[in-house]
Design a protein around this ligand. Structure first.
Ligand code: SF4
Length: 363
């Protein structure tokens, strides 16, 4: 790994917005992704289509993000693009392709859909574990991982690392659970090393992989180190990175670094983040009785929702959040830089749920 790569590995690009195709194209342009491509490459795009539910429900990757990726790649002269995924056991990938908008996308851009459930499996050895991996994922020259940042009932978080589970056959998915899930996820990531990760943090679910409780943040992130992105994602949704076992193991395996002061976060449009629409957040509406909101960015509000959900019952005064509090001297607790005039406030713009939890626990 050269000096340039070391630099690249420590960057997280972030873009906010509701025009998903546009913000994806923009973020790839900003990161100058085409510099690492050549037109002979076969590029694989791996979204999260774990279930056959539309992206707005919080489980699956938005097709508009994948559309922005395809548009960027085709303009860069890439002709061979495949979208590969295998839904979880018991769900049909074909149904997910259809219901989540991927069949239409494939037709529009003439790209191939590969259902990894029907793929050949290749035996690989990683970190002392034998794993069966889908041939299509191994065969591409450049793999783009497009996970959803969301909660998970077993692993706490699912994002870049866990998303690769769609690149193994169903029989292997079952075996992963018998192997304890965390270690094989990390070992799989030592085999399949995606060249690029574009994280869908538009409306990932609060706590379940299968969606149903979306928390709208209107954010996408781009990076090259899955450990870095997942550790940042963990903090955004209220965890210490070490609490996510497969993430800790991936770091121990040397697959990347946690977020730190060395991380370079590049935000493309921090002045133009979409504001929260509380009604679009079912759980946000439920928790709004604890919150005094005035023009809060959706990403800021999302962090507060993740934090409040993790504290069993919050009993304090209503928490201030939003740009409407900027420059005001106010009693009580605020969340985010805009509330720096509060008696106490959580730093960050947007703040991380893990930082909000630390303050709320000590009130
Ligand atoms: S602190 Fe930042 S993210 Fe939060 S409402 Fe203010 S400007 Fe938006």
């Amino acid at each position: 790994m050269g000096k340039k790569d070391v630099c690249k590995m420590s960057i997280i690009y972030i873009n906010y917005g509701t025009k998903l195709q546009e913000i994806t194209y923009e973020i790839m342009k900003e990161a100058n992704i085409k510099a690492g491509l050549n037109s002979d490459m076969t590029i694989g795009i791996k979204p999260n289509l774990v279930v056959s539910r539309p992206a707005k429900e919080g489980a699956t990757s938005h097709p508009e993000i994948v559309e922005g990726i395809i548009q960027y790649l085709q303009e860069a002269g890439i002709k061979n693009i495949i979208i590969l995924e295998g839904s979880w056991i018991g769900d049909s990938t074909q149904k997910a392709f259809e219901n989540c908008g991927y069949s239409a996308l494939a037709k529009k851009y003439k790209v191939k859909l590969v259902d990894t459930k029907h793929d050949n499996a290749i035996r690989k050895e990683s970190k002392g574990i034998q794993l069966n991996v889908c041939e299509s994922a191994l065969a591409v020259d450049y793999l783009i991982n497009v996970p959803v940042l969301k909660g998970h009932c077993q692993t706490g978080l699912t994002c870049c690392l866990k998303n690769l589970k769609g690149c193994i056959p169903d029989s292997e998915k079952r075996r992963f659970h018998t192997l304890g899930l965390h270690t094989p996820i990390a070992a799989l990531n030592a085999i399949l090393r995606p060249s690029l990760h574009i994280v869908d943090s538009i409306c990932g679910d609060l706590s379940f992989e299968e969606g149903g409780n979306p928390v709208v943040a209107n954010r996408i992130m781009l990076g090259f180190d899955p450990v870095l992105l997942d550790s940042y994602g963990a903090q955004l949704i209220g965890y210490d990175p070490d609490e996510i076992v497969h993430l800790r193991i991936a770091k121990e395996y040397g697959l990347g670094n946690y977020i730190s002061d060395e991380t370079n976060i590049i935000e493309l449009n921090s002045q133009n983040r979409p504001l929260v629409n509380i009604k679009a957040n079912p759980i946000g509406s439920l928790l709004s009785k604890y919150i005094e909101e005035d023009s809060a960015c959706s990403a800021c509000y999302a962090s507060l929702i993740y934090a409040l959900d993790k504290l069993d019952r919050y009993k304090g005064d209503r928490i201030k959040i939003g740009q409407g509090f900027k420059g005001k001297k106010i009693k009580g607790l605020g969340v985010g830089q805009c509330t720096s005039g509060c008696e106490q406030y959580v730093k960050g713009c947007p703040p991380k749920a893990s930082d909000i939890i630390k303050i709320l626990e000590n009130l």
